[in-house]
Design a protein around this ligand. Structure first.
Ligand SMILES: Nc1ncnc2c1ncn2[C@@H]1O[C@H](COP(=O)(O)OP(=O)(O)OP(=O)(O)O)[C@@H](O)[C@H]1O
Ligand SMILES: [Mg+2]
Length: 493
């Protein structure tokens, strides 16, 4: 069982009080009477000396001295002559009269004179004899002194022992009373003191426990100038430092986690990329292998056959070459390894130039390509000419590859406040909504069979995305009623 510091302190101090109260009581009840008796003996001896002195010096005050001793000390006094006749007994006022009427006194009832005479007669030295005498008639003990004053006169003095007992009884019961009062008051004071000492420790304990579970909200209110106050200050500063260190640590940890996450993502992307590249290369390499073998086996065949084999090999090699170039370009763009060569040029002219260059291709594919340039002369933009041409050509080649039987391709140029927006529409199937975001990823193809047919690698749009990002410009695709429209923006000069 855990005992609190407060209980322990309270117990220790209260125990100390109880111990001292009990000790006082025990000492009082065992030793007080003896001590009293001892004192009483001394007092008797003193009284005896006073009377002896007065008598020897023939003092006139002897009556006064005797009376004082009788009344103040509650002592009965008897004086005897050398024949042991009583010549004075307490409560008699006139000594002279006493001396003359010795016989009257002989009948004084209160003192056991026979016993006293007997004692006195047996006195051997001049020193007074003191002892406790039990008086049968009084049924009480007396502290008694028997002594010689000179050769002619003897004295007896007696003080009731009951008085001593009573006084010590009173002292003991009073000590019990004061003891109880001390216990109550002392207990109260100790309770208040221990509370004052332990309260801040309890509070500090609460704070420390909260700190242990990383709750640093609680602070110690320092309002004292002692060791506990200093401890409170130390705990406060510890809490503050811990809080900031842990916050830093948590932030660092969060950053680390993010970095790890990023690293994992990059690793994932790298793996996917490698698998994609190897997958893309597998087919052309297999074809090259196959046709090269075929060429070796059919060496004797006719020239036309040989040429066909060679054409296929060259074609596949070109595809691989084109893919590798695209990949290189893409990685350069994505890792910011190229710096754009920005120039001011009319974008409408770029469009017409490209359309002119590709005119034969359009004719071959029977595509109806239009560009309505009316009112859009001399739209000067600021961009890297080579890369913007690439973006446009990629859109255009995609349009050619995906147009339907209507074979419509419309190019449009829109101008906003700060941007020129080029749109390339082709009639054809919409791109499904669930993959419309994915077409910008490397190697992504909506319809793999169709893409293989025109020899697409799935890199065109990711190159567009990288170029637009490098220029910090927007791009996108919108499904239209009868086709798809791709767009991109460039900065107006
Ligand atoms: N105009 C379009 N109409 C319908 N689908 C399109 C169109 N343009 C692109 N796509 C889809 O987006 C995919 C990715 O296009 P992207 O240009 O990146 O690759 P690609 O044309 O197949 O190959 P590459 O451009 O590298 O020769 C295409 O495979 C195709 O499925
Ligand atoms: Mg393409």
């Amino acid at each position: 069982m855990k005992i609190s510091l407060k209980t322990k302190l309270f117990g220790a101090f209260f125990g100390l009080i109880v111990f001292s109260v009990v000790l006082t009581w025990v000492l009082n009840s065992t030793l007080l009477q003896k001590y009293y008796y001892h004192n009483q003996r001394n007092t008797m001896r003193q009284s005896y000396n006073i009377i002896k002195d007065a008598y020897n010096n023939d003092s006139d005050n002897i009556m006064m001295d005797i009376e004082k001793i009788e009344s103040l000390r509650g002592t009965a006094i008897l004086l005897f002559d050398k024949d042991l006749n009583v010549i004075y007994q307490s409560r008699q006022r006139n000594l002279q009269m006493l001396r003359e009427n010795r016989h009257i006194m002989g009948t004084a009832p209160s003192i056991d004179r026979k016993f006293i005479k007997d004692k006195i007669s047996r006195l051997q030295t001049d020193t007074p004899k003191i002892e406790i005498r039990y008086d049968k008639r009084m049924e009480s003990n007396f502290v008694s002194l028997y002594a010689k004053i000179d050769d002619n006169i003897y004295i007896y003095m007696g003080t009731p022992f009951a008085a001593i007992q009573e006084s010590s009884q009173i002292a003991i019961s009073f000590s019990i009373l004061t003891g109880l009062l001390t216990l109550v008051l002392g207990g109260l004071i100790i309770y208040i003191l221990t509370s004052r000492v332990t309260k801040p420790i309890v509070k500090l304990n609460v704070i420390a426990k909260k700190m242990a579970v990383l709750d640093f909200s609680e602070k110690y209110y320092v309002n004292r100038n002692d060791e506990i106050g200093t401890l409170g200050e130390s705990i406060n500063s510890l809490s503050k430092q811990l809080e900031s260190s842990i916050r830093d640590l948590q932030q660092a940890n969060l950053k680390l986690m993010q970095d790890i996450q990023k690293e994992r993502q990059i690793d994932e992307m790298r793996k996917e990329f490698i698998s994609n590249v190897s997958h893309e290369l597998k087919t052309p390499i297999a074809i090259v292998q196959g046709y090269a073998e075929g060429l070796r086996l059919n060496v004797n065949d006719d020239e036309e056959n040989k040429n066909f084999y060679c054409d296929v090999i060259i074609d596949e090699a070109n595809k691989m070459d084109s893919m590798v170039r695209k990949l290189l370009e893409l990685s350069e763009l994505e890792f910011n390894q190229i710096s754009l060569e920005r120039d001011n040029f009319p974008i409408n002219e770029l469009i017409t130039d490209v359309l002119k260059k590709k005119a034969i291709l359009f004719a071959e594919k029977d595509a109806k390509v239009t560009f309505n340039s009316k009112g859009k002369d001399n739209v000067i933009v600021n961009a890297d000419y080579y890369y913007i041409e690439q973006v446009f050509m990629n859109y255009l080649s995609n349009a050619l590859n995906h147009m339907d039987d209507k074979k419509i391709i419309n190019v449009d140029l829109e101008i906003t406040d700060t941007k020129a927006r080029v749109e390339v529409f082709n009639s054809g199937k919409n791109i499904p909504d669930e993959v419309i975001e994915s077409i910008w990823m490397s190697f992504f193809k909506v319809d793999k069979a169709r893409t293989r047919a025109y020899g697409g690698t799935g890199l065109g749009l990711s190159i567009v995305k990288a170029i637009q990002k490098a220029h910090n410009n927007a791009y996108g695709v919108i499904n239209k009623a009868e086709g798809v429209m791709f767009w991109f923006e460039t900065d107006l000069a």
